[in-house]
Ligand binder design. Structure first.
Ligand SMILES: C[S@@+](CC[C@H](N)C(=O)[O-])C[C@H]1O[C@@H](n2cnc3c(N)ncnc32)[C@H](O)[C@@H]1O
Length: 285
């Protein structure tokens, strides 16, 4: 088997499990990302790995290869201006719209090791008066078993804790245990982590008021991005918001989602009459 055929075997696996594609510009990363697995299996080429993969009955090898290839880069309050927009406009708007039911549901899709949903939880805890007696659910999912294990542990290294978070936020919500900073119970209790593939259904049947899927779809193949956007749309309440990452768009689903008009990666579901092109665009917030 040639090196490029072996790379194709690995790329097909990644696509089948996550919807991500190995573009030309990301090919160089593959052997480097798989270095740990090479070492463990005592091999030193993609060809050998592809051969083992095709012949193996080891149930967890495909999952471990996929885990190694995923980019789990994240940090607390990544792109702060997005969180400021949530704090200043979107969460107050949701609080008003849901004042009768006092229920708030948020989904962090592609949450990696948990910094994004924990940042959201910190925003909510910062306004105890607004959210008093609300039922709040933050569901956080990721396809990576390794990332979800870390997220559930809720313990961060000194390097991780220093990225994005203020000293006050750190001391309020985390406690130091040896070399790690552990999220306090009040914070951890707000987020329910679960391993799930964005392309395989939704976490539960009830609609979400806010869905964050930031810095996830940019690695997807276009048709997988189209399917993922349809799922995200399906998860939203008709007046809910979807937040994507900087530079990510809903280009593949222009009939389902539209820019919310208040900047910073926010989108809203198109209503049925808007989809026919007859309706007016709703006012932003
Ligand atoms: C770069 S991280 C972004 C984390 C966080 N949203 C942020 O912006 O900081 C992308 C995450 O998406 C996850 N991911 C990739 N494909 C996925 C899929 N099909 N379903 C769920 N999560 C996926 C990866 O495992 C990774 O943890």
């Amino acid at each position: 088997m040639s090196e490029s055929a072996a790379l194709q075997v690995i790329a097909n696996l990644l696509y089948a499990k996550t919807g991500q594609e190995v573009t030309e510009s990301r090919r160089w990363r593959v052997p480097a990302a798989l270095h740990g697995i090479f070492k463990e299996l005592r091999i030193d080429s993609l060809e050998e790995l592809a051969r083992i993969l095709q012949g193996t009955h080891s149930a967890d090898l495909p999952g471990r290869i996929v885990d190694a290839l995923l980019n789990n880069e994240t940090y607390f309050f990544r792109d702060r201006n997005y969180f400021e927009l949530l704090m200043q406009q979107i969460l107050p708007a949701i609080a008003e719209r849901r004042s009768a039911t006092r229920r708030l549901r948020i989904w962090s899709a592609g949450c990696s090791t948990g910094q994004e949903p924990l940042s959201l939880a910190m925003l909510l805890l910062a306004e105890p008066e607004r959210w008093r007696r609300w039922s709040i659910e933050i569901v956080a999912t990721d396809v990576s078993a390794k990332a979800i294990r870390a997220a559930k542990a809720g313990a961060y290294s000194q390097f991780e804790i220093q990225r994005g978070i203020s000293i006050t936020e750190m001391l309020t919500h985390f406690a130091k245990h040896k070399t790690q900073w552990r999220a306090q119970d009040a914070l951890r209790r707000m987020v329910r982590f679960q391993q799930a593939n964005l392309l395989n259904g939704l976490p539960g049947e009830e609609p979400f008021d806010l869905v964050l899927c930031r810095n996830v779809l940019m690695y997807f193949a276009p048709e997988a991005r189209e399917r993922a956007l349809a799922r995200l749309h399906g998860a939203l309440a008709p007046d809910g918001w979807l937040m994507l990452g900087a530079g990510e768009t809903v280009l593949e689903q222009p009939r389902l989602l539209r820019a919310a008009g208040c900047g910073a990666g926010l989108y809203q579901p198109l209503l049925a009459n808007e989809r026919t092109g007859l309706g007016r665009l709703a006012a932003p917030v």
